[in-house]
Design a binder for this molecule. Structure first.
Ligand code: MSP
Length: 560
């Protein structure tokens, strides 16, 4: 029996189409999902869109569109990006789907019945860009004339010339005074502390986890889970005059995809949905026939891994476990937190024209270049700047030179041997030791979702085999008929190393690696990998029958 593995990306806001920042989390989740799949796991991988947000509503209004057609269109646009990048998700979710409304209303009712949700009236500052409530300490002052910003402090008083803004979005938060429902997070303080102590790797990397723990140790405040003034979203089951706060709804997407299967065609779902004609954007109506299609995949819950960036770690590592416990669900096993990245050292933003489109970029340079650069150049968790020149140099060096040259040599030189049998021998001792050394690092790193370290160890092994080829000079030895066996052993070591490197790189570059298996005449490898097991294939004694030269798989790119 295969074990289950469930990985998620954040669901993305639909006020724009995904840029490379979003592609970063999807590519991480995709590589992890593919790795788990070839390690004999049954994989569930969910993604897609967070729709009940003020941002999307504002954007639709700005474009003069009705919200539902706007969301339908954006959902399609998002899906196109992930399909184009060949992200192999198994589940996609729109938070306007009936199944999600159903789930959210169920969990809200449970928490309400538990006494974890209560009514209050508060005055809030709310940043639409962040879709979150703000306190003074989350904001900065800005001088309206000089545009200079500085920390909020008692010494400076708000005056005509000074305003408080969100440091990320550089906008003045809305001030709201409304009736809200609150989630009793304070009740979960000790429970969370105990859970963190028992699960020391719950949040990765460790420094992010330390921040979460420090935050919980300071004190936990109840938070608002509803909005009175918003009209678009999921109505509270116990007070239909209020809609659910977007984060409370969004987080539960991870459970919805396990509990309820989607409508057969969620992209066009909205067109059949009577909300299209509902001018007040009220909550979801009952859709005939949907109920029967719901079925249970709860065997995938709890999630093995949520991939998120550091900006939303508090929602995932503090609010989310408490919300789950309150609704009687188990807690996810791990949260992998990525750093923040910029383009030209600026926050990625449509208005700054620095939002790199992952589709356009991959169409120009290949998806492999994008994947290699963003997964091998930076530790997950680290902040970094996207440098196109560096991306090209990395790809040229690692794939177009080091790997392609090795593969090409393996094939061309083996062809020169003019063998009329399968190439079979023993792997050179020094290389066999390197395989052990570097591959145990690869496996250990992957088990901690350290993709950079897995890639690094594979490329280090690749360097060692390239050195081996240069030192052994099989092209010289070949001229001496008496050394035929020795040459065959060298060529066997080289072909075997190419095979092993391709296995290691398969979760990152599946299509190219499949072509490499084909060039080595290992034509069933893709199927074998998915049905069988990566480790078993690694240890399999393989023989090679090379028939023809390989097409160029990794073309070099010129720097512009
Ligand atoms: N909708 C929420 C997530 C809800 S999950 C229950 C959200 N959406 S988002 O569209 O703003 O961002 C989603 C994710 O995209 C982030 O969590 C992050 O993983 C990724 N990134 C978006 N911009 C990014 C960078 N500039 N850098 C790194 N990751 C980025 O938050």
């Amino acid at each position: 029996m295969k074990e289950n593995f469930f990985v998620t990306t954040p669901i993305y806001y639909t006020n724009g189409i995904p840029h490379i920042g979003h592609a970063y989390s999807s590519l991480i989740a995709d590589s992890i999902a593919r790795y788990q799949k070839i390690n004999w796991k049954k994989v569930k991988f969910s993604t897609w869109v967070d729709e009940n947000s003020q941002k999307a509503l504002d954007k639709a209004t700005e474009l003069g569109m009705e919200i539902i057609p706007y969301l339908d269109n954006m959902a399609k646009e998002h899906k196109k990006v992930w399909d184009w990048l060949k992200i192999e998700y198994t589940d996609f979710i729109r938070t306007t789907e009936p199944r999600h409304h159903k789930l959210v209303r169920e969990v809200l009712q449970k928490s309400f019945d538990n006494g974890d949700i209560y009514e209050g009236e508060y005055e809030w500052m709310y940043c639409v860009g962040c879709e979150s409530f703000k306190k003074d300490e989350d904001l900065v002052f800005r001088n309206k004339t000089s545009w200079e910003t500085f920390p909020v402090s008692d010494k400076v008083k708000i005056s005509e010339n000074i305003e408080k803004i969100c440091p990320d979005h550089l906008t003045v938060p809305q001030t709201l005074k409304e009736k809200n429902y609150f989630f009793r997070l304070s009740r979960y303080e000790q429970i969370l502390k105990d859970f963190y102590a028992k699960n020391p790797n719950f949040v990765m990397p460790q420094d992010r986890f330390n921040e979460v723990i420090a935050f919980v140790n300071r004190w936990l405040e109840d938070f608002s889970i509803s909005r009175e003034t918003n009209k678009f979203g999921i109505k509270l089951p116990f007070d239909e005059s209020q809609v659910t706060y977007v984060w409370y709804d969004a987080l539960f997407n991870y459970v919805t995809v396990c509990k309820y299967s989607p409508h057969p065609n969620p992209v066009t779902l909205q067109l059949q949905d009577s909300r299209v004609n509902t001018p007040s954007f009220t909550c979801l109506p009952k859709v005939e026939g949907i109920e029967q299609e719901f079925h249970n995949q709860m065997d995938f819950w709890p999630a093995d891994l949520h991939v998120v960036w550091k900006d939303i770690i508090r929602f995932h590592a503090i609010y989310w476990p408490a919300m789950l416990i309150s609704a009687w669900y188990e807690l996810p096993k791990n949260i992998l937190t990525t750093g923040y990245f910029t383009v030209d050292w600026q926050k990625i933003s449509k208005s700054l024209w620095n939002a790199i489109d992952p589709v356009e970029f991959s169409a120009k340079y290949s998806k492999d270049l994008l994947t290699l650069y963003i997964l091998s150049s930076f530790n997950i968790g680290q902040d970094w700047d996207f440098d196109q020149k560096q991306a090209i140099l990395t790809y040229n060096a690692k794939l177009a030179n080091n790997f392609w040259n090795l593969l090409n040599r393996a094939i061309v030189l083996t062809l020169k041997l003019e063998l009329d049998k399968w190439l079979s021998s023993k792997v050179d001792k020094y290389i066999a030791n390197n395989i052990k050394k570097y591959f145990s690092v690869y496996d250990e790193a992957f088990s901690k979702y350290d993709l950079k370290a897995s890639l690094d160890s594979t490329f280090r092994f690749l360097d060692s085999i390239n050195n081996f080829v240069t030192t052994k000079e099989p092209w010289v030895l070949m001229k001496d008929e008496a050394r035929k066996d020795e040459v065959e052993a060298i060529m066997y070591t080289i072909c075997e190393s190419v095979r092993l490197v391709a296995l290691n790189l398969y979760p990152f570059f599946p299509e190219k690696m499949e072509q490499i298996f084909n060039s080595l005449n290992l034509v069933w490898y893709k199927e074998l990998l998915e049905k069988w097991n990566f480790q078993a294939l690694r240890n399999k004694k393989e023989t090679f029958f090379i028939k023809e030269k390989a097409p160029i798989l990794f073309e070099k790119f010129e720097l512009e």
